[in-house]
Structures are given as structure tokens and as C-alpha cells.
Ligand binder design. Structure first.
Ligand code: SF4
Length: 757
């Protein structure tokens, strides 16, 4: 093996911005990580997390070998061979479903799976083989309201209206912090640079948030809003558009249905009616609506804070109503729809099928067994995982497979989830760490380092601010004997299909792909398989999807009639990817609603509005109560990056931000400890005084609490932080989407007396 210096192009798999990186290596050593200037999407941008890919690759705590409990649930996790690990799974898992039925097995998919093509593409195969209704994911801790609202309005779960930031004149950001995140459900690397360019060309950026966030710091204006009241503010803005004759439907007008119903639905939500509840003056609410309507090209973007609340789906809807009713839907400089080159575009179908009409989306095809929550996009609310394990009866969850997930830290009432996991008869985790959730497993199957895997952004081109396609090969070969994750998922699939632990997974892969092609009605499935034979595993699926996508060489029917079109070989030969241009108008072709219209007034949403109306009259909290919100830090992302030295160094990040006036009233001091409690649950966190907080609101980041016995995160455990989700109520959800309420929960805050004081 040579130790000569080499350069590698690599898409960063750590967050939704999907930046292109240039890694330099000498042998097995990484010598530098930089932004790749030729990347068609990120043009050299990177954030501090990217540099930590080296830490992640080298992390001694990253698992390289399976761990199993050889002698039952109470025995320790010990290193094992791959064959031994799968033999144990084959011995124990089918026995549970054979005795109790398919729903006795639940699957949990975590956020990092979205960034691993092997996991995401082969999870679908596992889920089909499992045949269970008990599927949970991080989506119901995050963006499910946005997906449901988009599905109801546009007909497809993945048809999200994205801000066209590079051409807009006015951008309103609510409940999002893209300077820290670089977009979420919106792939927009270097948001800060794009915001600067917006302002430099005379445009305006306005932020609404209970914290003067990093995004608010670079904006023209910022308004505090009381957490959880976005629904009232946005309804009042829509109301103002109608009341002041500011409705402008623009070129989308022929495809809009339900404008009058919207006007009637928001009639009572006047600025005066909501101002006190939101903490924003009525005149300011009117001016926000007027400014949005007056801008030649404008967009409204909302994200995590607008989804993780009791009215998440209504809020997501109102955001797109504002975009639509000001004439900015599907318009350059407004909000537009990406046309992804693969997957979201063709196999999941907002490009496939008959253009302009479809089946739309439905929810509630089945329900949670205990609380009765409706299935949404095939999922049940993850906050209800514990009760499905705890509650006896037909369909009780007795076995679990968790894939790249950590609900013990990331979901409300983590201690209850942890206790429930201990009641399981059998549990498998696929993870790179023995984290706070994986420590409960009977078998942990480690994944590869991201640098040992090739990469295609499966979901994110559908959310990209610009159409593009990129692929990067693995930087390092995987260690001898360690299978890639897609093969591990296929092995689990084979076990659930009754083929045992030693089935030939490559033959199974061929068989399943041939089934896919036949089900899709391919006229020449054998010829298609032959044409794909240069690739295997996930690459083969990417090649197929690219070739049959909107820019592809059309491997399907008619066969290969676009020879200049895209395929994976061409993409792999283009370091930095292929730019497919700015977003283009897609109405009415994009629509997949039964009516062939943009449904502005879906009955499911109108029926939920009275709940908000009734809540409007509620009091603004109890005396002494504070509202707690999370926050995003550039050096962190959920729960799994706290073991990386590059990101862990520096000041403590798991701190409670408190406005100085609140601190004085509560007897809190900068650097002192606060006890934050809700009912019997409480935690203690160091206080940082911050005038950036709205008075009456405190902020604590989520994903911390790395001091639980049995997890193996050495560095993270030295500064574990505390778990915000311990305080949160697993009974609180947005009833339409099943999304957890993580923001705006009322808590008590008090000073912790110093020892010896
Ligand atoms: S913003 Fe940072 S973590 Fe996210 S993709 Fe870009 S470099 Fe990676």
C-alpha cells in the first residue's frame, strides 16, 4: 500500500446542507478536510462539523465489531463475530413474531439514516419483510407536520415549497435558524452568505423567534414571539391579507382551490385578537403581512420550531398559505419545487405517473394500539413507542430493531423509553456507537465510518435550493470482514423472511431488485438488470433511479432512448457533481392531488382550526412558569456528535439561556445552576444570561445527557450535559401529524443554592 498524498471528493453526510468536501489523505491518515470549491452546490463552503469527520473516523469508541449478550438480557454486551451476532438474531427474533405476530416487532429509524444511502434504500426492504404496523422514526420529532401539510396541499409527502433565496427580495424566517443549520428540509449550504447577498442587493431578511438567534443577528429585523403561538400570528397575517385587499394569486391562480374557504376560516383571527397571546403588537402583525405582500418576490420559511408544537401542521399550512396568497408560489424568488434527479422524483413519485393529478395523501390507515394516534406516512408517533411496549394485549411490541436512532435521548420522556426497552424480549441496534439507546440491545451491529462508504444524497436533492446531482466514492476501503450496512439490512431481511442467518444476501439483492422491476411493470426487466450490472448494492439502485429520473438516459420504457441523459457512471466522473440549474416552475405538472389543484383548504386542516381558536382564549401560562425551547448549535446536531474532540472542545454548550430580567426575578446568576422542573421531572443546568432571550422563555439544547450507565461514549461522558427531553411530556403531540411537542412547554425554573451557601 502506498502512502502517497491523495485528494478525494466527498459529500459531507453530517447534515442536510450536504456540502462537498475535499479530503487529503496519506495512506490511512487524513491530513486535511476543506470545502471543495468545484462542488456545484456548496462551492467550497463548510462548517466546523465537517472537520470532525476525521475524529469520527478515528474515534476509538466507534464500534468496529458486533456486541452481543450471550447469556440473555441481563448479561453484559460482549464482542462477537458477525456470524455469531446474526446467528443470535436468527435464533431469537423470528421466535417473537412466530409466537405473537408481525406487529410484535417494531422498527425505529433515526435521523442519521437519511444521510446513508445504504441504510435508507435498504430499510424499505427490511420494513416490507417485517410487515409490521409498528414503524416509528425521528420524523415525528421533527418534520412530519411539514410533510403532511405539503402532501395535503400538493398531493405528495415530498413536494415541499422551498425558498428561492438567490432570487428573492424579502424573506421571512420563523422558528428556524439557518445560519446555524444551513437549512433543514431545505438544503442551502452557506445560508449566511446567501442572506448577505440578499441584503446586498437591497432585499430584506426578517426573523420571528423567541430567541434573537444567529439568523436574527444577520437580519434586518427580528420579532420575539411567545413559543407555541405561531399559529395565531400566521392566521392573523393571512387574515390581514384578506382584510386589506392584499391577496395576489399570481400565475398559480388557475390551479388554486379553496381561497374563499381560507378567508372564512381565518375570519376571527384578527391582529388584535392574537397580539397579546403572541407577544407581537397588532400593528406589527399587520406590517409583517403588508411587507410580505408588497415585496415583488417574497418567501416565508419555517422549520423545527414551527413543527415541534401542538399546531405544527396548521402552522406549516399557514406558512404556505402566506406564500401562495401573496403570489409567490412556484415563482422565481418565491417558493418553488425542486426536481430531484432520482428517488423522490421517480420512484416515490412527484414526477412519475400522470402529471398534474394523483391520489393525494391519506392518514389513519391504521392507528396506534394504545392512544389511537393515526398512522401518518406509514408511521406512528415515536412518543408512543413506550406505551406500545408496556401495554399488554394483541399487537404488543416485544422486539425492536433500532437503526441509527437514539430515542432515549431524542424523544420526550427518555427515562420511560429506557425502562420500556428493558421490558423487550429482544432488541437489535444498528449503530456506530453503543449509545444511550443501543446499550439496551441484545445485539449491536456496527456501521462503517462514513469515509468507508460511498455517498449519494437520497432525499436531499428534493429539498435543494438548486437542482443538482452529486455522488462521491468511499475514501477508504472498509476493514476486512466488516460488511456494509446495506448487507446487514439484507441479512436481517432474510432472517425475517425465514431464510436464516446464512442466506446469500447478494442473490437476495438480485431477487428483490428483479421483483421491483416486475412490480413497476418494466417491459424488459432482464435487459435492465444486465444494463445495471456495472454496479451492485445501493449504487445499482442509484443508477437505476438516475437513469429513469427526469434527467436520465431512460433505462426503462422506451429503453435507453435518451443516450445523452444522466447515469451513475457519468455522475461519478464529475467530481463536484452536475448542476441542473435553478429551480423551475412546476405547476401544474408537480401536483398529485385528486383534484389536480393546490388544495388551500384541506378539510383535515380546517377541522383542526377550532382547536386553535379555543386555545386562543387560554391564559398566557401560570405565575412563575417559564416556557422552554431548544436551540441549534453549529457544532452539534442532535445527540451523536458529542464524542468528537473537535466539536466537544470550547465552552460548555448544554447551558440554560435566561434573560437577565428573568434571572434577577428568579435569583439566578450567570454561571450558577438552575433547577428546571415540570411535575416530578427535573434537571439542573448551568445558567448563561442572555439578552437574546425573550423574557419569560428559557432555552436548553436537546440531545444531551450522556451520563447513562452502559453507554460507551468516553469523551461525551466527561461533559454529559442534561437531557431536555426528560422534562417533556410524551402525551403532547400535534394530533394531525403525531409530531412531538418539544417547544414552548411550561416549566418551573429556580436557583440551585451553591454548596456551602
Ligand atoms: S453545514 Fe457542515 S455539517 Fe452540514 S453538510 Fe456542510 S460541512 Fe457538513
Amino acid at each position: 500500500m502506498t502512502d502517497a498524498a491523495q485528494s478525494h471528493y466527498r459529500i459531507c453526510p453530517l447534515c442536510e446542507a450536504c456540502c462537498g468536501l475535499e479530503l487529503r489523505t496519506e495512506g490511512q491518515r487524513i491530513t486535511s478536510i476543506r470545502g471543495f470549491e468545484a462542488d456545484v452546490l456548496s462551492a467550497g463552503y463548510l462548517c466546523p462539523k465537517a472537520v470532525a469527520l476525521k475524529d469520527l473516523h478515528e474515534d476509538p469508541d466507534r464500534l468496529r465489531q458486533p456486541l452481543i449478550r450471550r447469556h440473555g438480557r441481563n448479561s453484559p454486551l460482549e464482542p462477537a463475530s458477525w456470524d455469531e451476532a446474526f446467528a443470535l438474531i436468527a435464533q431469537r427474533l423470528p421466535a417473537v413474531t412466530a409466537a405473537h405476530g408481525r406487529d410484535a416487532l417494531a422498527l425505529v429509524l433515526g435521523n442519521p439514516a437519511a444521510h446513508k444511502m445504504g441504510l435508507l434504500l435498504y430499510f424499505a426492504r427490511l420494513l416490507r419483510a417485517a410487515g409490521t404496523r409498528n414503524f416509528f422514526s425521528a420524523s415525528t420529532l421533527d418534520q412530519m407536520p411539514k410533510q403532511l401539510q405539503s402532501g395535503l396541499m400538493f398531493g405528495h409527502w415530498l413536494s415541499l415549497a422551498l425558498p428561492d433565496i438567490e432570487r428573492t427580495d424579502y424573506m421571512l424566517v420563523i422558528g428556524a435558524n439557518p445560519v446555524a443549520s444551513n437549512g433543514s428540509m431545505w438544503t442551502v449550504p452557506d445560508f449566511r452568505g446567501k442572506a448577505k447577498a440578499l441584503r446586498a442587493r437591497g432585499g430584506k431578511l426578517v426573523v420571528i423567534d423567541p430567541r434573537r438567534s444567529e439568523t436574527a443577528e444577520v437580519a434586518d429585523a427580528h420579532h420575539f414571539i411567545r413559543p407555541g403561538t405561531d399559529v395565531f400570528l400566521l392566521a392573523a397575517m393571512v387574515n390581514t391579507l384578506f382584510a386589506e385587499g392584499l391577496i395576489r394569486l399570481g400565475p398559480a391562480a388557475p390551479w388554486l382551490a379553496g381561497v374563499d374557504s381560507v378567508r372564512d376560516a381565518v375570519a376571527g383571527f384578527t391582529p388584535e385578537a392574537v397580539a397579546g397571546r403572541c407577544g407581537i403588537a397588532a400593528d406589527s402583525i399587520r406590517q409583517l403581512a403588508r411587507d410580505l405582500a408588497a415585496a415583488p418576490r417574497a418567501c416565508v420559511y419555517g422549520r423545527i420550531g414551527t413543527c415541534t408544537q401542538a399546531y405544527g401542521t396548521l402552522v406549516s399550512w399557514l406558512i404556505d398559505l402566506l406564500n401562495t396568497l401573496t403570489g409567490n408560489l412556484d415563482q422565481p424568488g418565491g417558493v418553488m419545487f425542486a426536481q430531484a434527479p432520482a428517488f423522490a422524483a421517480n420512484t416515490v413519485a412527484n414526477t412519475a405517473g400522470q402529471p398534474g393529478v394523483g391520489r393525494g395523501v391519506t392518514t389513519g390507515r391504521h392507528h396506534g394500539r394504545v392512544s389511537g394516534a393515526p398512522e401518518v406516512f406509514g408511521e406512528l408517533p415515536i412518543v408512543q413507542l413506550a406505551e406500545e411496549i408496556e401495554t399488554a394485549g394483541p399487537g404488543q411490541v416485544r422486539a425492536l430493531i433500532v437503526i441509527a436512532g437514539n430515542p432515549v435521548l431524542s424523544a420526550p420522556n427518555g427515562p420511560r423509553i429506557a425502562a420500556a426497552l428493558d421490558q423487550l424480549e429482544f432488541m437489535v441496534s444498528l449503530d456506530i456507537y453503543c449509545n444511550e439507546t443501543a446499550r439496551h440491545a441484545d445485539v449491536i451491529l456496527p456501521g462503517l465510518s462514513p469515509l468507508q462508504e460511498s455517498h449519494y444524497d437520497v432525499p436531499f436533492p428534493q429539498f435543494s435550493h438548486r437542482n443538482q446531482a452529486r455522488y462521491s466514492a468511499a475514501v477508504f476501503a472498509p476493514p476486512a470482514g466488516q460488511p456494509p450496512e446495506w448487507q446487514n439490512l439484507l441479512r436481517l431481511t432474510a432472517i425475517l423472511q425465514g431464510r436464516g442467518a446464512t442466506a446469500d444476501v447478494l442473490a437476495l439483492d438480485d431477487e428483490l431488485l428483479a421483483d421491483d422491476l416486475r412490480r413497476a411493470g418494466a417491459a424488459q426487466p432482464d435487459a435492465m438488470l444486465q444494463a445495471l450490472s456495472a454496479w451492485s448494492g445501493p449504487e445499482r439502485l442509484v443508477d437505476l433511479a438516475l437513469r429513469n429520473g427526469p434527467y436520465g438516459d431512460k433505462l426503462g420504457d422506451p429503453f435507453g432512448d435518451q443516450p445523452d441523459g444522466m447515469n451513475l457512471a457519468k455522475l461519478a466522473a464529475a467530481p463536484g457533481g452536475i448542476d441542473l440549474g435553478p429551480l423551475q416552475p412546476r405547476l401544474p405538472e408537480l401536483l398529485r392531488t385528486p383534484s389536480g389543484r393546490v388544495e388551500l383548504a384541506p378539510p383535515l386542516l380546517l377541522a383542526d382550526l377550532p382547536r386553535a381558536w379555543a386555545d386562543l382564549a387560554a391564559a398566557n401560562g401560570q405565575p412563575g412558569q417559564m416556557l422552554i425551547i431548544g436551540r441549534r448549535d453549529t457544532r452539534s446536531n442532535n445527540s451523536w456528535m458529542h464524542n468528537l474532540p473537535t466539536l466537544a472542545k470550547g465552552p460548555e454548550r448544554c447551558t440554560l439561556l435566561v434573560h437577565p430580567a428573568d434571572a434577577e426575578r428568579l435569583g439566578l446568576s450567570d454561571g450558577g445552576l438552575a433547577r428546571v422542573s415540570r411535575g416530578a421531572a427535573s434537571l439542573q443546568a448551568p445558567v448563561v444570561l442572555s439578552a437574546a432571550m425573550m423574557p419569560g422563555v428559557v432555552s436548553l439544547p436537546h440531545g444531551w445527557g450522556h451520563d447513562l450507565a452502559g453507554s460507551r461514549l468516553g469523551l461525551a461522558s466527561l461533559r454529559p450535559g442534561v437531557n431536555l427531553n426528560v422534562l417533556l411530556d410524551d402525551g403532547l403531540i400535534d394530533p394531525l401529524s403525531g409530531n412531538a411537542v418539544l417547544s414552548g412547554v411550561a416549566v418551573q425554573v429556580e436557583a440551585v443554592a451553591a454548596v456551602g451557601a
